[in-house]
Design a protein around this ligand. Structure first.
Ligand SMILES: [Zn+2]
Length: 422
């Protein structure tokens, strides 16, 4: 009996919130924002490009109109600007155990114009046989420290293809040098010279100060995409409506929603990241300016414009089993038909492939919410990822479900467990 009463009261409170939310989160408004971001006018939002700058100005305008403060309250701008450096090697000389490493056994990703290591300056990491060499090396490049990486010859072909990859580096990032065919390192000397080109980038962010400034909840998505590419049926714009204008529209809708309801207990940050598609530099820059101990949770939203593999009213959460974040979200949805499911594509390593990864590596329950059918999404990374292909009604329901399910975390009643190592 008691159990039934409890359920009934939970249902009643869900029903009241659901009514209110229907007024505050509307499909017409989400379609307006989404269609603007995905329009040809934004030229596919490649980072960096004039089209992406247009998108940034549009997002900042939405935050400003809603009366939301910038990320940095002392700044007048919602843009979080920074530069990303590209280094083109002009000379390389690497000796390991006294032997010069031939060019075809070497991959260098410099983090400054001059690199000189003499048995110090880098942490030595080995890629083991059977490991995914590209994924490991890419992860090392992304984490921003200096590494001397050794890999045995079984990785040669895979790594050779990665040599053309032009790693971009945030200011202050280290250098990564990979040597193929060397097992153990007794000594090393590395001398690199590179030409630096700095490119301007910007995240767009807003915040709602909570009663607690030292407990932060982040809602995020990336607003960049692939730009303009090879034409198909005279269409050359990669509109990225689903990837990830849908997530960006969700972040804007959530910011407006939380601005209109009572002051939250925890401080809320809403951020649209740049340069996800080209290496995740926007989220890395943002994440390194957060104290991970203060970030209670991160709701990263990626591709929610199509129905999930389970149909409507459902979405999956990457890294579901790495914290109790998903379980807590679902607890707030008693009485709703909406379901959050574990990521059904674990082989794709989605948890570490999106903008939540930097904070997740530091222990933050930072997860990505998505509906994308990663094994069969027909328009993924094509010029056909257009506004018209999306289910905006279902998307609106997903955004409402995120708003309602985050209630306990926003109010400070729920605190998800931390994420433990990879
Ligand atoms: Zn994406």
């Amino acid at each position: 009996m008691r159990f039934l009463l409890l359920l009934a009261s939970l249902f009643a409170s869900y029903a009241v919130s659901a009514q209110k939310i229907n007024r505050l989160i509307r499909e017409s408004e989400i379609s307006r924002v989404l269609s603007a971001l995905a329009s040809d006018d934004m030229q596919g939002r490649k980072a960096p490009s004039p089209g992406l700058e247009k998108a940034a100005a549009f997002i900042a305008g939405e935050f400003r109109k809603a009366g939301l403060k910038p990320l940095d309250p002392s700044s007048a701008s919602h843009l979080q600007s920074f530069s990303v450096n590209q280094f083109d090697l002009t000379s390389q000389e690497v000796l390991v155990n006294g032997q010069a490493v031939p060019k075809d056994a070497l991959l260098c990703f410099p983090g400054s114009e001059q690199v000189n290591w003499d048995n110090r300056g880098a942490e030595i990491v080995r890629i083991m046989p059977g490991e995914n060499a590209i994924q490991k090396l890419y992860g090392l490049i992304q984490d921003g420290k200096s590494y001397l990486v050794t890999a045995d010859t079984s990785h040669r072909n895979q790594l050779a293809r990665f040599r053309a990859f032009r790693a971009q580096r945030l200011d202050g990032s280290g250098t990564v040098v990979a040597v193929i065919g060397t097992d153990s390192v007794q000594s090393y000397q590395v001398n690199l010279a590179a030409r630096k080109t700095a490119r301007p980038y910007a995240n767009v962010g807003a915040m709602i100060p909570g009663k607690k400034s030292d407990e932060v909840v982040v809602f995020s998505a990336h607003y960049d995409h692939l730009g303009i590419g090879k034409a198909k049926n005279q269409d050359s714009v990669f509109n990225g409506a689903n990837d990830d204008a849908s997530g960006t529209a969700a972040v804007i809708a959530l910011a407006k929603y939380f601005r209109k309801i009572k002051k939250p207990e925890r401080t809320l940050i809403f951020v649209a990241f740049t340069a996800e598609e080209s290496g995740g530099y926007g989220s890395q820059y943002f994440s390194k300016r957060q104290d991970p101990a203060k970030v209670v949770a991160m709701f990263n939203i990626e591709m929610i414009g199509t129905d999930s593999k389970w149909g409507k009213n459902s979405a999956f959460i990457t890294g579901y089993e790495k914290s109790d974040f998903g379980k807590l979200l679902q607890e707030n949805l008693q009485g709703s038909a909406f379901r959050f499911e574990p990521d059904p594509y674990p082989d794709q390593n989605l948890f570490y492939r999106s903008d939540n990864a930097t904070l997740a590596r530091l222990g933050v329950p930072a997860h990505t919410i998505s509906t994308s059918k990663m094994d069969s999404e027909p328009y993924y990374h094509t010029v056909d990822d257009e506004f018209e292909t999306l289910d905006t009604k279902n998307m609106t329901e997903i955004i409402k479900a995120i708003a309602l399910s985050s209630k306990g975390i926003v109010s400070g009643k729920q605190t998800p467990s931390r994420v433990l190592g990879e």
